[in-house]
Write a protein that binds this ligand. Structure first.
Ligand SMILES: [Zn+2]
Length: 82
């Protein structure tokens, strides 16, 4: 599986909360599955990138998973996802 590239939308996870997911567009820093100083579309600081498929964003996962609505709305506004 290839790593996501610059400009790709990916699901990322917060450092502070378990199962708390957001979205971001990869910039010059690249894909950061191992962690890094990255920010979600909503502006929150993220812990790391995941390989969770975008199609499942907000739909499934652990019952305690939370999916950021602000990131989803931002991505839709920017035309990154339908
Ligand atoms: Zn968010």
């Amino acid at each position: 599986m290839n790593n996501p590239k610059v400009g790709d939308l990916v699901v990322c996870e917060t450092r502070s909360a378990v199962w708390s997911y957001h979205l971001r567009v990869i910039g010059g820093e690249g894909f950061k599955p191992g962690g890094g100083y990255i920010n979600a579309l909503c502006g929150r600081a993220m812990g790391w990138d995941t390989r969770i498929p975008l199609a499942t964003y907000g739909k499934k996962g652990n019952t305690s998973s939370t999916w950021c609505e602000a990131c989803l709305n931002e991505a839709k506004t920017k035309g990154l996802i339908p």
